[in-house]
Design a protein around this ligand. Structure first.
Ligand code: PLP
Length: 375
């Protein structure tokens, strides 16, 4: 019989989620609004240290509304980290603006502040920057924030993968003018699908809720002065999210264990390195990744194939946006001559980081990987 499939990161439910879902059914709050939505927003805002949230149908919807509220217009330039998932960047195009991609630095794999400075020299008119905390690792948020302030630019922090990560004592998602969280099925906690827009400014979040409910003016009849969207989170879905919030810290702790277990297991393999993070940050370790030095004869594909044979899921590092056919005409700014994000993509691999992995699962994954190295 084929072994049980081991996933990169799949939903982990605890039972309390169902209680909130039952409550929604019992009270007939089966709607894109309701008490679970309101409470879920408050709970996430309180968790990250205060501020306001709008619960939405997806993290991508949150990024789209951030673009609109930030005032991004047709043909504007928006700087975005190249090494990310396409959902970071697609909403830039939804509003007709032009993404200009920024390369990564080696300490966190996120936006390189030096490249960002260079980008402002080339495009001084840019007013919006999209930073990402990839795989749950905080970016150099203070440096990025300072450069944005210097250029009067709005910072949007895509924390879709980093809920629960801390940078210099504060939660990621709270460093930008806007923060984005996702509750998609593969994220650190999930509501089956959904997202949130975060801001310290209540007016911003009120505006987001207004746009997300078809931009209905407060009138007895349907009155519209702006184009709206149907982006609100369902009360049933928010119930799942509330149950998951109770387990967020536990998920982070299990993810950290997975990362540390891999780190220790590969310590004696020269040229094999874990995805890095800075000493002033505490990632949520959403995905554990490795890179293999180019000089090694083992390539990421060798590990992928060896694990796939055993029904174990891995995935290449997210392919940088500047390498994507759909964005081939977009500019890319890097600090030096070579793009680091290309190299991370070529040499890296995301390892199974599912918190339902048992100690035996981890042992098996590790010995399969070490086996590829003949160890
Ligand atoms: C998942 C993800 C998103 C989008 O979130 P959805 O809820 O799936 O729309 C955005 N950015 C990054 C970096 C992500 O990983």
């Amino acid at each position: 019989m084929q072994n049980r499939r081991i996933y990169l990161s799949s939903p982990t439910m605890h039972g309390e989620e169902l209680e909130y879902v039952h409550e929604a059914f019992d009270t007939n709050w089966v709607a894109p609004l309701g008490p679970n939505v309101n409470e879920f927003e408050k709970e996430v805002a309180a968790y990250v240290g205060g501020g306001y949230c709008a619960a939405l149908s997806a993290g991508t919807a949150a990024i789209h509304l951030a673009m609109i509220i930030a005032g991004v217009k047709r043909d504007d330039v928006v700087f975005a980290q190249s090494l990310t998932f396409s959902a970071t960047v697609n909403p830039i195009v939804y509003v007709g603006a032009k993404p200009v991609f920024i390369d990564s630095e080696p300490d966190t794999w996120n936006m390189d502040p030096k490249a960002l400075e260079k980008a402002f020299e080339k495009y001084p008119q840019c007013r919006v920057v999209m930073a990402v905390n990839l795989y749950g690792t905080p970016s150099k948020l203070d440096e990025i924030r300072a450069i944005c302030d210097e250029h009067d630019a709005i910072l949007i922090e895509d924390a879709a993968e980093s809920l629960g990560s801390v940078y210099k004592g504060a939660h990621t998602g709270t460093f930008g003018n806007f923060g984005i969280f996702s509750f998609n099925g593969n994220k650190i906690i999930t509501s089956s699908g959904g997202g949130m827009l975060y801001s310290k400014d209540e007016e911003v979040i009120k505006k987001a809720r207004f746009l997300a409910t078809q931009a209905r003016e407060p009138e007895r009849h349907y009155e519209h002065k702006e184009i709206g969207y149907n982006y609100r989170m369902s009360n049933v879905v928010a119930g799942i999210g509330r149950g998951q919030m109770k387990h967020l810290d536990e998920h982070v702790s299990l993810k950290r264990d997975i990362y540390m277990t891999y780190k220790k297991a590969f310590e004696d393999l020269d040229g094999v390195r874990m995805n890095p993070y800075a000493a002033d940050s505490e990632p949520n370790f959403w995905l554990s990744c490795i890179t293999l030095d180019e000089s090694l004869s083992v390539k990421p594909i060798d590990i992928m194939l060896a694990l796939e044979k055993e029904n174990i899921e891995t995935r290449p590092i997210w392919k940088p946006m500047h390498m994507q056919p759909v964005f081939k005409d977009c500019d890319m700014i890097k600090a030096g001559d070579d793009a680091l994000s290309d190299k991370i993509f070529d040499t890296g691999l995301c390892l199974p980081s599912d918190i339902k992995n048992t100690a035996e699962d981890m042992d098996r994954i590790i010995s399969l990987i070490r086996g590829v190295f003949g160890r």
